[in-house]
Design a protein around this ligand. Sequence first.
Ligand code: ADP
Ligand code: MG
Length: 507
Amino acid sequence: MSDDYILEMINISKEFPGVKALQNVNFQLREGEIHGLIGENGAGKSTLMKILAGIYSQDRGEIRFQGQIQDQLTPRLVKKLGIHFIHQERYVVSYLTVAESLFLGIEPAYTPLKLIKRRSMEREAEKVLKETVGIPIPGNKLVRDLTVGEQQLLQICRALLQQPKVIVFDEPTAVLAKREAEQLFKIIRELRKKNIGIIYISHYLSEILDICDRITVLRNGVKVNTIETKGLTIEDIVYMMAGRHIDDQFPSKNRTIGKTLLDVKGLTRSTLFRNVSFQIRSGEIVGVTGLMGSGHTELGMAIYDHSGITDGRVEFEGKRLSRLNPERAVSLGMGYVHEDRRNLGIIQNMSVRENITLASLKEVSKAGVINTARESQKAAELIEKLEIRTPSQEETVNYLSGGNQQKVVIAKWLSSGAKLFILNQPTVAVDVGAKAEIYALINQIVEQGAGVLLISQDLQELVGLCDRILVMYRGEVIQELAGDHLTTDKVMVCMMGGSLNDSSNNE
Ligand code: ADP
Ligand code: MG
């Protein structure tokens, strides 16, 4: 019965050159429900939401909002209908104050008269924020000085001032701290009580189970199912998303450890980390972890480019490295996968082919001239091997989904033939299927004799992949775990500053 639904998207199809992004997808949203939209990267979630936002138009299919057919959606109309989108990225104009960005352009509800005085506008903003999302933010603060979580709350508050009927959250918690995420859930549940329909996109399946009433699962542009979450398990959802069971996310550790590749001695960077020493041998994966701010992220970067080093030394294949920079590191055979792949891992405007072969230009060129046939052959091999989902080698990288972009980054380093890889949070915001593929890849590079330094806060990932794990606490390595001690519980206890003995009482 269509009357039950505030929004219906019926038989929606959308093609991009070479990709059927959506095929006859049906999506129905009830009033006052939290509806999870899930699927692996590239499944079609964003495309469906961009059609709803009036950014893309569907090739076929019909959209009904409150029973009315809407065949000419534009971003303006969508807003007028009461459909709002909360993005994780910083879409807000960042040089505005909180008060300005809250009220800008949403008169007449807030008439200029009421807001004409800066101070009274700021006070009004503080009041509205407190009432709707329950947070104290000064109205004169600049938006760019807010945390990402606060910016999201600001966006929600702004939506609430406009009588929203539907709010879409696109991966809202991916960048939030735990406390901020919990705050957000509380608010989302409040929105449900106000009978607002909520569409919630996330890769965090336990959160999905926690917060959503129903989910719709997409796979390769096709709807797999719409189902109540009650009684579902994470495994059930993973199976629907991937169409296969991923019981064995982690490859078996079958490694031949060889000679020392990297030897770090007493490395110190003023206040960030102190006196860190360890080695990585060929065929070995060494993990480094810690709570946020414990220095593990900066340590990875410092090994690669010597940023901020104040004491200690790094030897690579027996040679002491001084004044290292990224170019020199690459030429020596070190690869670094940055956690913020959108900024540093890939060049967004370049093609998939160019990105993949970027780190191995020497191999595909002669006397400075790139041999395009070789380059393209190399790229084709890697695209196939890594199952990178792209319409062609020539596709610009920023059109690929997150998981596929990450595979391009890894492909880039694989093709470089590097001997040591520093991987900084390689699977953050990557879906389950792509995660398993990335794990297999990492395993493959160590089987071929490379060494890996894996910086991560994903305990399962660390335990599943590493031969040894260094745990940092307030800038120091306080524990090295190996063998039977490689369990998530033990890593966690050490991360919090506990010792191995504490963990046995804990089990
Ligand atoms: P999701 O949000 O589930 O990760 P998307 O909707 O972003 O998936 O992508 C679905 C498919 O459509 C992917 O194969 C993606 O590469 C492709 N795609 C999305 N947007 C574009 C575009 N503007 N041009 C070409 N292909 C696109
Ligand atoms: Mg998406």
